[in-house]
Design a protein around this ligand. Structure first.
Ligand code: BG6
Length: 510
């Protein structure tokens, strides 16, 4: 099944296209951590949106497994509050809840109280599932991933006997290369690779899926997409939020582990990979793995790690990282990281990829900027033009969704003067469908068995392999931490990473 073409694109492109999608097969959708935040904020609204689009089977059902003392009725009422809030935020195309769809869903939800570590839970779960197809969604802390899969296997729930049994795993998938390998090996003792759906929610974003569409469905970009024409690439994932209530988790994680081997490596792979031979899952995942494995080991001098100190974000004073809840007063955890990577293959040799991501920055913005080489200057020698501005193609991932191309145009008037102008494609000018959670496509694809937008074991390990040299150096405290004021574009050292070679980050402005 061609995930990108058949599912994601069709969901995105309006009602008439949805008729081309088939309904997902019959399935019991089991959510471990079914009473948790992820379920309420994202999974449930996504399933509701799929139900509204008529993409779920008539016999679809949900079992929420969690340890809290709660009833199915109690859970339904919590879900109702969550969906009301989601609809109120215009998280769906409609301003009001579709009560018929909601009732249909609620009838299919049940709660199973139990510990993830005890066989009884799985026995009770087995009774609920029977012989139906089942997807097990692990919306739980990562320490439970191995345990739950072991238990599912021991109770026979992962055995496919005419029906499918699939497991969706959230991040973090390991905390370094060694632990990711160990976890992969543990899962593969119970499951086959084709039963494992490792989620990276960035791949659920339309604008991320659009990277391949832009590159490979247009004749004009691909011939320019190489070291002959591209000077360098910048990938930015900037956030205004701090660590919120996740200080305890973030202390042991930091910006590098939290964002780079997963989300940012996906953006990089989609930008830099060769054209796959088809949109079949393995064809796409093979090309991603190849490009990630062509990345040179990072050099310590090419990485900047920093932490925010108090400042102002959006006009409001905010704490520094060390003043956040559950964060040590002397914490050395980075909340910002910038780096230069080199890809050693025929397409990219000599083209640096600069990446930066951080919390409490001046604006929220995820984008990929392709900086093309300058045109020759000679023609402009005898004119007032002092330098030529480079062409920059920016793929806006969020919150702006679209593509812009910056180029030079003649400023009207008798003299030859040039100005930078911009051509712009904005999704909202062309497409009107309501916002989604980003999980609809991923859940639907898992139900129909399309793994294109999920990560294979080798993709996950390739991401960790890229950042491992930095983790090793930091473990020996070889890399100093620097600081940046909250509400700024990050530390000066990050600017120096580019200015050494006469380059500059695109300005971080909303
Ligand atoms: C998560 C990280 O995976 O991605 C968070 O753990 C981060 O720290 C989030 O805020 C960013 O996702 P998005 O979709 O808001 O860019």
């Amino acid at each position: 099944m061609d995930g990108l073409i058949a599912s994601s694109f069709a969901i995105a492109s309006g009602a008439e296209d949805q008729t081309r999608l088939r309904r997902a097969p019959d399935c019991t959708f089991v959510i471990f951590g079914g009473g948790g935040d992820l379920t309420k904020r994202l999974l449930l609204p996504a399933i509701y949106n799929l139900a509204c689009a008529n993409l779920l089977n008539e016999t679809f059902s949900i079992v929420a497994v969690d340890w809290a003392d709660m009833t199915t009725e109690g859970l339904r009422s919590q879900f109702r509050d969550a969906i009301d809030e989601f609809v109120a935020r215009r998280g769906t195309a409609a301003a009001v809840l579709n009560e018929t769809v909601w009732d249909w869903m609620m009838e299919r939800i049940s709660y199973l109280r139990g510990s993830f570590e005890e066989a009884d839970t799985y026995k009770a779960l087995g009774d609920k599932i029977g012989t139906t197809n089942a997807v097990f969604y692990l919306a739980v802390a990562s320490r439970f991933f191995g345990t739950i899969v072991d238990q599912l296997g021991e109770s026979g729930l992962t055995t496919e006997d005419g029906q499918f049994r699939r497991v969706i795993i959230e991040k973090p998938f390991g905390s370094d290369l060694a632990s990711a390998k160990t976890l992969n090996a543990r899962l593969l003792r119970t499951l086959t690779e084709s039963q494992i759906y490792r989620i990276d929610h960035y791949l659920g974003k339309e604008t991320v899926q659009n990277i391949l569409a832009l590159r490979f469905s247009n004749g004009i970009f691909e011939p320019l997409w190489n070291r002959e024409n591209i000077d360098h690439v910048q990938i930015t994932a900037a956030e205004t939020v701090g660590v919120e209530r996740r200080g305890g988790f973030y202390e042991g994680t930091g910006a590098l582990r939290d964002m780079v081997p997963n989300h940012i490596m996906q953006l990089l792979a989609m930008t830099a990979m060769e054209a796959p031979t088809s949109f079949q899952a393995d064809a796409v995942r093979d090309e991603k793995s190849k490009v990630l494995s062509a990345i040179h080991p990072m050099r310590p001098e090419d990485i900047v790690r920093a932490q925010y100190v108090p400042g102002n974000v959006g006009g409001e004073p905010v704490n520094g990282y060390r003043q956040e809840m559950n964060v040590a007063a002397t914490s050395q955890t980075e909340t910002f990281v910038a780096m230069k990577l080199r890809i050693d293959n025929w397409r990219w040799a000599g083209v640096p990829f600069y990446l930066r991501t951080g919390k409490r920055l001046t604006c929220r913005k995820t984008e990929i900027a392709i900086h093309f080489k300058h045109a020759p200057y000679a023609l402009f020698r005898d004119t007032p033009v002092e330098k030529l501005t480079p062409n920059i193609l920016v793929l806006h991932i969020q919150p702006t969704e679209g593509v812009t191309l910056q180029f030079s145009a003649k400023v009207p008037g008798p003299a030859v003067r040039l100005g930078g102008v911009r051509m712009k494609f904005d999704y909202s000018d062309w497409y009107t469908e309501g916002p989604t959670t980003g999980y609809e496509t991923l859940i639907y694809d898992c139900l129909i068995g399309d793994a294109t937008l999920f990560q294979r074991a080798d993709n996950i390990e390739a991401g960790w392999r890229v950042v491992q040299p930095a983790l090793d150096a930091w473990a020996k405290a070889e890399d100093p931490l620097c600081f940046y004021e909250a509400g700024t574009a990050g530390p000066r050292d990050a600017d120096e990473l580019l200015s050494r070679s006469g380059r500059r980050w695109l300005r971080l402005v909303p």
